[in-house]
Design a protein around this ligand. Structure first.
Ligand code: PXL
Length: 275
């Protein structure tokens, strides 16, 4: 029986339907064991809430890693999301080297809509480039990819711009890219799968509303599906269809502004994995 263990490293936003409160249930629904390393604990996420509390857990990381090494604990995949500090990136690289025995998936989780999230600066971007260099899969949106490749962020673009982004990310050292939110036509958006230098594109409907946290839902579902043995392209499609359903469900709710209501869509994800 296929039974794998993933380590996911990202923050706990106690309220906000993002990062670990998304990754844990989504990866579990995929039938994969999810071990966690919280990068920070926040009262809420930082997009739209004000006055949130933050406890950075950078200092706990080396001791946690030492203990795992002593116990001989390893992971079939390591998937990183929102990290607590630039210094954490070095610790995460050490965790990759000492406990990873399979795939590494890096969601840079630092920017959207042309802007860095409030907690991050250019130094963090530079450090994130070093983690991306170690990734088997990097799962950025276009804003994150533009920061990582030092290209100007463009709201409108063509296939050439996207190719520059893919080349730039490959030049950093990562092997494969799953680039989300790529839209070439009005009313459409989709995902580019750049695998070992070959380009594929899954285009789908662009819904009128968007939700916070969908990047985390996407990367978690992609990771879970990949670890269930799906190809990168199929995992990218399953994750995209799942996120679309989450957004559709959220649009029917009143006042659900802080995240995507992903829970009612979990049965769809599980069915897709069975196909
Ligand atoms: O969804 C990405 C994310 C994760 N964690 C925290 C965030 C954000 C985006 O704003 O603030 C704390």
């Amino acid at each position: 029986m296929l039974y794998k263990r993933i380590l996911t490293i990202q923050d706990i936003s106690c309220v906000g339907q993002c990062s670990l409160t998304v990754a844990l249930p989504v990866i579990s629904a995929c039938g994969i064991e999810a071990a966690v390393l919280p990068s920070a604990v926040l009262s809420t996420h930082t997009a739209g809430f004000t006055g949130f509390t933050v406890r950075d857990l950078t200092e706990d990381m080396p001791g946690i890693c030492d203990h795992w090494v002593k116990e001989g604990i390893t992971f079939d995949a390591i998937y990183t999301g929102y990290l607590g500090s630039a210094q954490q990136i070095d610790y995460v690289a050490r965790i990759f080297a000492e406990t990873g025995k399979g795939v590494t998936i890096v969601d840079p989780a630092m920017a959207d809509n042309g802007k860095l999230y409030p907690a991050f600066d250019q130094n963090y971007v530079q450090c994130m480039k070093t983690l991306v260099a170690k990734a088997d899969f990097v799962v950025p949106n276009i804003t994150e990819a533009a920061y990582l490749t030092d290209l100007p962020y463009q709201e409108e673009y063509d296939r050439d711009y996207i190719q520059k982004i893919l080349d730039g990310l490959t030049a950093l050292g990562c092997k494969n890219v799953i680039l989300t939110g790529v839209s070439y036509a009005p009313g459409k958006t989709g995902v580019v799968v750049w695998e070992k230098g070959s380009y594929a594109y899954y285009e789908h409907e662009k819904l009128p509303n968007s939700c916070h946290g969908t990047g985390d839902i996407y990367a978690s579902a992609f990771t879970g599906a990949l670890m269930r043995g799906k190809t990168a392209y199929d995992a990218a499609v399953i994750a995209a269809d799942f996120v679309l359903e989450c957004i559709r469900i959220t649009a029917k709710l009143d006042n659900h502004w802080y995240g995507a209501a992903f829970e009612p869509a979990l049965p769809q994800l599980i069915r897709a994995l069975g196909e």
